[in-house]
Design a protein around this ligand. Structure first.
Ligand code: SF4
Length: 289
């Protein structure tokens, strides 16, 4: 397979065929993200993509899922995207689901009919970085969309029957706005009602402007107990009809796996116990991506 630059994928796509269809991220402005720094966004050539699908047809016969890398594969124009999906259907008939990253901009560019078309050609799940539902923080971190746009785009994707997995970032609002960030994120998540929510804890990456702010003393990091208070407030403000709320990424201090709404109260109790010192937190040296 032909890969260029940093290849990232959601943890749940660990066993998928990783088909890189774009290089970089078309937005590439978020202040906390260094994944595609210095990488000029582009769609890979059809020749390379088709050759990779042909390679997968011969060598990836046991993998039932395809993940389209990089940053926001959904931004590929519809005709080209359909060509890729149809080739996957033809060459990899055993594949049951195609996943990709999507952001508000790329969802906005698709009509509801186009999203339905993608769904009918195999796109079964999209991963969207919300990070926060707090408009002030969205602006501060240069996410490029307001909470209202995030809600509309999340709902649009779900209306097409594409499952949605949303990530949020604990600690991204700093100390002063921590609880506003928690409550506002809960508000946006409740309005979108996705199938999955993954809460990650912010880890500063050298070379990002957020890290520069931290080093200059203008952006404070939360302590582990403050992260947990934030997570607790976020879960309390989140009402999902049947979604999974995970906070079990390696960067989190306390692994959480809650089926909502069933586990909401018991999860809040677990966090209270951790805050009271009755549940051990993950030591700092084990917190790594
Ligand atoms: S949209 Fe995602 S990949 Fe692109 S800069 Fe922001 S966090 Fe990074």
């Amino acid at each position: 397979m032909h890969y260029e630059g940093n290849i990232i994928r959601p943890p749940s796509e660990a066993n998928s065929i990783l088909l890189q269809v774009t290089v970089g991220c078309s937005h590439n402005k978020c202040t906390f993200c260094a994944t595609y720094k210095g990488e000029r966004f582009r769609i890979k050539s059809d020749d390379i993509i088709m050759a990779d699908i042909a390679f997968a047809a011969n060598h990836c016969r046991r993998q039932r899922r395809v993940f389209l890398c990089d940053g926001d594969a959904l931004i590929i124009p519809q005709e080209r995207m359909l060509k890729i999906l149809m080739e996957i259907e033809k060459q990899l008939p055993w594949v049951t689901r195609v996943g990709l990253y999507a952001n508000a901009k790329s969802i906005k560019m698709k009509t509801p009919d186009e999203l339905n078309e993608l769904k009918s050609h195999g796109v079964g799940i999209a991963y969207m970085g919300l990070e926060t539902g707090d408009d002030v923080t969205l602006k501060n971190v240069k996410k490029g969309a307001s909470s209202e746009t995030m809600i509309q785009m999340g709902q649009k994707l779900r209306a097409a029957g594409i499952r949605l997995s949303i990530t949020v970032l604990l600690g991204i609002a700093g100390k002063e706005r921590s609880l506003v960030h928690a409550r506002e994120t809960g508000r946006v998540l409740s309005a979108i009602d996705p199938e999955y929510v993954g809460a990650l804890s912010l880890m500063l990456i050298p070379g990002t402007s957020l890290n520069d702010d931290y080093e200059s003393g203008t952006f404070p990091l939360l302590r582990p107990d403050e992260m947990l208070e934030e997570l607790k407030a976020m879960i309390a403000a989140t009402d999902l009809s049947k979604g999974l709320f995970h906070a079990n990424h390696a960067s989190n201090y306390l692994p959480i796996k809650a089926r909502m709404p069933r586990d909401k109260e018991s999860t809040i109790e677990l966090i209270d116990q951790a805050l009271a010192g009755k549940v051990q937190l993950k030591p700092e040296y084990l917190r790594a991506f």
